[in-house]
Design a binder for this molecule. Sequence first.
Ligand SMILES: [Zn+2]
Ligand SMILES: [Zn+2]
Length: 135
Amino acid sequence: MSNQYSGSCLCGEVRFEIEGEFERFYLCHCEYCRKDTGSAHAANLFSSTAALKWLSGADKVRQFNLPATRHSKCFCGACGSALPIMQMNGELLVVPAGSLNGEVLIRPNAHIFASSRASWDVSLEKVPTVDGFPS
Ligand SMILES: [Zn+2]
Ligand SMILES: [Zn+2]
């Protein structure tokens, strides 16, 4: 049985489809992922079998490889949104969970590189929650 996922960037220029299943879902707190996302952690889905197809905007897809590391990312050249990337010579598909449209049923497997957590990233479930802008 094969699942189909669709995704897009914020400006809508880039649209893609993924056919297959994800094996792992990691929340990465490493220094590179925090810089690269501007947030507490990256949220990436991993698959060694799923196929990625760009439906539109393939020419807008940019890749950045951080020199002397294995860290790399794909993003939309127009709006900067994170996009799926093939890693390990095309053997591993890495998909930013937030780039997908619709539901993702798989739950994160782990917080990784937790030793690099931001100092403010503690007990976040205790922070007050509001549905929209704060009043
Ligand atoms: Zn875009
Ligand atoms: Zn990371």
